[in-house]
Design a protein around this ligand. Structure first.
Ligand SMILES: C[S@@+](CC[C@H](N)C(=O)[O-])C[C@H]1O[C@@H](n2cnc3c(N)ncnc32)[C@H](O)[C@@H]1O
Length: 411
């Protein structure tokens, strides 16, 4: 989120206004009008007439962002200062708190947040008891972090400074960076609204990530979920965290905090389930399709721990290259979603359609792995008059394109 000079100046001036007593009152009024469910234009007109044009627009925008942040940030959202950019880049506070606790285990009591944005990690580190040096190249990010540290009453443990993480990490010595015994690095992985897939184009780039992990043993770096395992340095634990069936963060842990080779973590409400391996467990064995199909959680797949889950539930892979498991019996494992397999046939649209018609299936959910089909399009083409439902899984079985018709129900 680089704001070139004038935009940043404008945004800074706006932030200063929002922090004045008049700005705080205007934002509270905007939130009230929003909660009443008024349409935007009449609400804005009313807000303008009460607080003036200068405050109305920014106050409305901040109230809107706070409402958007509330489901994830809870009550903190009501006092946070945010921009659309920093909210988009912010991680989940509950996960930031979990990371901060793990990072600070041991003797470490100071941490650098190397690219603080609006301060989610800074606040989590301060709340976990650390003295925090919050650094960002962006003046707006620094102001937001300072404002949020004050709003959440941790400002006495937070120092916000201008600095370039690239230089600070290059100067790291004796296990410390910028005089701190621990560090969080969450590089910006988007530029111009587009995701940067190449880690060398993150800001700071991969070279800074690697140097930090090398020089500062109490460090954690947030990386892209698709990071190539080849990049993970030896002795560094890589963790993939999922919630609701999607990866929510991927982390590399410095050597003083690493305890495993890989870790898959599954967030379920307030709990986090974890699966670890000390070394690469290798692939699960393949075998023929049996009565149940299991789709491993994405954290298990990304962390390369599918074979651990396979061994645990007595399952084999349907294909050596595909992360679908199969077994004779259902399983209560939280690490997989399971489907009863009712029919297995070579993938052929006509045959599949005919089979679903005979079985009275009108509505299907299509899932796929290792196939070029478009699930939504195929589901549309398979829709029929029947009242029944089914899940159709299109995949490769022992190398052959195959459709598995699962959970058939004739309603
Ligand atoms: C992904 S955001 C951090 C989000 C934050 N951890 C959170 O959860 O809210 C990355 C931040 O790094 C900052 N940044 C990018 N390159 C930097 C550099 N070389 N030095 C310091 N900060 C940098 C960006 O301005 C941005 O605020």
């Amino acid at each position: 989120m680089r704001h070139p000079g004038p935009v940043s100046d404008d945004a800074l001036a706006q932030l200063h206004r929002l922090r004045t007593p008049e700005g705080v009152a205007a934002t509270a009024l905007a939130a009230e009008l929003m909660a009443q469910g008024l349409d935007v234009l009449p609400a804005l007109a009313r807000l303008r007439s009460r607080v003036g044009a200068e405050h109305a627009g920014p106050a409305w925008e901040l109230a809107r962002l706070r409402a958007r942040a509330r489901p994830v940030f809870g009550a903190d959202a009501d006092v946070l200062f945010l921009t659309a950019d920093t909210l988009e880049q912010a991680g989940r506070p509950a996960l930031a708190a979990r990371r901060a606790r793990r990072l600070l285990s041991g003797e470490v009591d100071s941490a650098a947040d190397l690219g603080c944005a609006s301060g989610t990690d800074t606040i989590a580190l301060a709340r976990a008891g650390a003295t925090v040096l919050a650094v960002d190249t962006d003046p707006l990010a620094r102001e937001l972090t300072a404002a949020n540290a004050e709003a959440l009453e941790v400002a006495d443990r937070v120092w916000v400074v201008a600095g370039d993480a690239v230089d600070l990490v290059a100067a790291a010595r004796g296990g410390e960076v910028a005089g701190c015994g621990a560090a969080v690095l969450d590089p910006a992985r988007r530029a111009g609204g587009r995701r940067q897939l190449d880690p060398d184009r993150w800001s700071p780039p991969w070279s800074t990530v690697a140097t930090l992990l090398d020089r500062v043993p109490h460090a954690v770096v947030k990386v892209a979920p698709g990071l190539d395992h080849e990049r993970v340095p030896a002795g560094v634990e890589a963790e993939w965290v999922s919630a609701g069936g999607s990866i929510v963060e991927a982390l590399l842990w410095g050597r003083a905090v690493s305890v495993a080779w890989r870790r898959a973590s599954l967030v379920r409400g307030d709990d986090v389930l974890e699966l670890t391996a000390d070394a690469d467990p290798g692939p699960a064995p393949p075998g023929p399709v049996r009565g149940w199909l299991h789709e491993p959680d994405p954290a298990v797949i990304r962390s390369g721990l599918v074979s651990l889950v396979a061994a645990d539930v007595g399952a084999t892979l349907v294909d050596p290259t595909i992360a679908y498991l199969t077994s004779d019996a259902p399983t209560g494992s939280p690490w997989v979603s399971s489907y009863r397999v009712d029919e297995v046939l070579p993938f052929n649209l006509k045959r599949l359609k005919a089979l679903l018609r005979t079985r009275g299936v009108g509505r299907v959910v299509v899932k796929k792995r290792g196939s070029a089909i478009e699930p939504e399009t195929l589901a549309g083409r398979l829709r029929g008059p029947g009242a029944g439902t089914a899940t159709v899984v299109v995949t490769r079985v022992a190398g052959a394109p195959t459709a598995l018709v699962c959970d058939l129900s004739d309603r």
